[in-house]
Design a protein around this ligand. Sequence first.
Ligand code: C5P
Ligand code: C5P
Ligand code: ZN
Length: 455
Amino acid sequence: MIGRAGEIADAIREESNIMIVGHADADGITATGIIASALEREGIAYGVKIIKQLDEDALSEIREANYPLTAFVDLGSGVIDELDFKRVVMDHHSPGGSDQKLHLNPHLFGHDGSTELSGAGSAYLVAKALSNRNSDLSSLAIVGAVGDMQTKSMGKLISLNREILQDAIKAEKISLIGDIELFGRETKPIHKMLEYASDPIIPGITSNEAAAIAFLNSVGIELKNDRWRRWVDLNFEERGRVVSALVKYLIKGGYGKRARRLVGEVYIMVEEEKGTELHDAKEFSTLLNATARYDMGEVGLKVAMGDRGDYLQKARSLLSGHRLQLAIGFDVLREIGFVNGKMVKYVHAGNAVRDTLLGTLLNMMLTSGEVERDKPLLGFAESDDGKIKVSSRGTKELVDRGLHLNEVMSAAAQKVGGIGGGHDIAAGATIDVGKEEKFLEVAEEIIDGQYGRAI
Ligand code: C5P
Ligand code: C5P
Ligand code: ZN
């Protein structure tokens, strides 16, 4: 892979003006930030375009912009054979063609793109090939990987991601601690962190503020001094006390499996201020996602590239809206309910859920215990451009049995004249209105075949 990264770095060095096209999520934004920073350091001019999907419209806009070189980050592999202009690709999605020229992707080198390397990681390898001084950008690659949930299957960063983590630790950009993994450990009052716990859900405490407060009181934790205390304000002994009480509580309730998910590796951005969204790589990635999901990826990019002023403020206000939208979306999907199909559970959200939130909401459904994890989840929602967005999410167990959602989404979409792609465990598509039923039928057929085949 290092050789391929070097070839791409050489192609970049030859240019004086480059268009960077990045995917509109935390991984795509950090990937874009990594390449943009590296180009600035090389004195190469660049333009940026952050897009949801590399469809025909996006491709014609890119062709029209007519840059001497286009650098695709966190997208491009799915339509690699259609990129018929001067380009380099740094991605980790399942490749949709065989062209390997100036194309860096873990799948081409025997690595898995949903756990071993993210789009930002792929971009980082090229930045590092451009110059060793770019090793400080490794922390952004970690934010990208965490944002893409690459820690989900194994509970930590592995393989190529782990090597990048070592760079980040060496550059004193990230420190690795074992800690509670609940969202909000930096920014939320402790009882709120417990109340909002969604991965894992803590039955009896999640969604019940009074119970969360009572629980913390029962283990003797002061909730407030001059202000509400956050997890990061607790000392080591207090943290241990809460964690062991939570573990006991979960085991006693028969949720031993969830107890294991409570604690894990947490990646701390050492240069950022403690108690802010930027201090914890996971919260940082959510902040970036909160910009991208509302077509404001450029705001996230500024923050990723170091802005701590107006753009950070803007991102923070988008984040509070994002949290609210996710909570509303979760309830909406629960209310509509999932249909238990032959091979998938599916839901059609119509225009009640923003298409860019669909995938995240399906993941929340899977981790919350709200729906059974015996089949992959598939969701449909109307998108702004009058099409239907499809998202699908699986589990590691289903993938181990043969499920490959990228194949499902791309083949079923193709069958109905749409486009799709992604990873084995998470993939998406866009199709025309009215094609949902046919799409579903084809998808179920393909999945049936996947479980049957030898793996
Ligand atoms: O487009 P991109 O590759 O950046 O996004 C990856 C998607 O895959 C994310 O939406 C992430 O939530 C999902 N994912 C997942 N489970 C994993 C790995 C990735 O749902 N184990
Ligand atoms: O949009 P959603 O979050 O469901 O996408 C899941 C994964 O599938 C992401 O990695 C996304 O980049 C990918 N995807 C794709 N092509 C599409 C739609 C989604 O590669 N047309
Ligand atoms: Zn990605």
